[in-house]
Every structure is written in structure tokens, then in C-alpha cells.
Write a protein that binds this ligand. Sequence first.
Ligand SMILES: [Zn+2]
Length: 166
Amino acid sequence: MIAVANAALALCVRCGITVVASQDWHPQEHGSFAVNAGRPVNTLGTLDGLAQIWWPIHCVQNTAGADFHPELNREGLTAIFRKGEQRHIDSYSTFFDNGRRAQTALDGWLRARQIDRLTVMGLATDYCVKYSVLDALHLGYATEVITEGCRGVNLQPEDSAAAPNG
Ligand SMILES: [Zn+2]
């Protein structure tokens, strides 16, 4: 998928198309981590009133796990929007946290630039890509997905294939 991303980035740079990235950016003590919840990885529980999958530790702030892939050409990125920084709530979408209690700066940033069409790719098809796309559509953006540039978690084998069905 890095090859797909770099090809898309190069095309966008040539054509003057704005490219932004989102970055899962969790504190070490994030409530979605199974180890912090004391629960088995990839099981379902509740975090601050919301259904929550207990994830392995991932994307901890200022660690290699949160960084972009070393082969991703970042020079074409205009801006990076971080999410998942609040300890007590997870944030799959790059627009809102999972409870829609807060939003990132992305929607305002796009609107300030009169950007109303989005093309999305990345990780993971069945979580962050899915919920970002659903929010983008809800917010009124014409949205398409480069599916060959996405990969899923697939806790259930068909999750990624079912993602377009919401
Ligand atoms: Zn995360």
C-alpha cells in the first residue's frame, strides 16, 4: 500500500492537489489498550460509556509505532491531523472521536480552503478508513476510496469487505 500511496502522492503533487494525512497518536495510558483495561486483546468492552474493542498497544505518541512508514514520501503532505489523544475515548474517524464529543481541526481546515471532494486511503479499512469516510459523507464531502491503498484489521474475516455497507 505504500507504493499505492506514493504513486497517488506524486500524482497529486504534479496536479496541485492538496494531500493531508491523519495519524493515530495515543498516550501510553490510552484507555483503548487492552493492557490498560486489563482485558484480552481484540475483545469487546466499554470505555467511558461507549463500546470499545481492546486493542494491542499501538501508535504511542513519539514512538516509532506512531510514525509514518519510513518509505512513505511525506514531502507531498500539506498537513497532518492527529487523533486519539484523549485517554478516555477512542477515535477511529479523522473528523470526530468515537462519541462525537470532540472533533479534530480537519473539517474546518478543509472548509477554509473550499475543499469539498476527498479521496481516502490507508489503515485500517474496517475502522479508521470506514469511520472517516462515513463522517466525510455525513459532513457533505464527495468522497471516494482507493481500495487498493487500504488494508483491514479483519477481526472477523469479512469486516473489510463489509466496510462500504457501514
Ligand atoms: Zn488507535
